[in-house]
Write a protein that binds this ligand. Structure first.
Ligand SMILES: [Zn+2]
Length: 103
């Protein structure tokens, strides 16, 4: 199954079950963005498997960091306007409990 068909089926199933489908922009820098402070790196090699933020000192497995950013991107679309949605999402996700810091 290709991505087009996968997305079509997701849209169909979400409509069937009256569930919201949130599609994040394909260029959203989920891997390059720090899931704690939101700083975006200019470059991140694919070989770098651990995301290290020079700004807030976060050290987190690359895919976990990206997944957290995607989760926050989705939750920020349904949070009330006027708040710093990313900060609210970070706090609500309890990220501090599942990341580890550089020693
Ligand atoms: Zn950071």
């Amino acid at each position: 199954m290709g991505f087009y068909e996968f997305r079509r089926q997701l849209e169909y199933k979400c409509e069937l079950y009256r569930t919201q489908l949130t599609v994040v922009d394909r260029w959203f820098p989920s891997s390059k963005t720090c899931s704690r402070c939101g700083t975006v790196k200019e470059s991140l090699l694919l070989s770098e498997r651990v995301f290290n933020c020079e700004h807030c000192n976060l050290s987190c497995e690359r895919d976990l960091n990206a997944a957290l950013n995607l989760a926050m991107a989705v939750s920020s679309t349904v949070t009330a306007c006027g708040l710093d949605n990313a900060d609210v999402a970070r706090s609500e996700a309890g990220i501090e409990q599942i990341i580890y810091r550089k020693s």
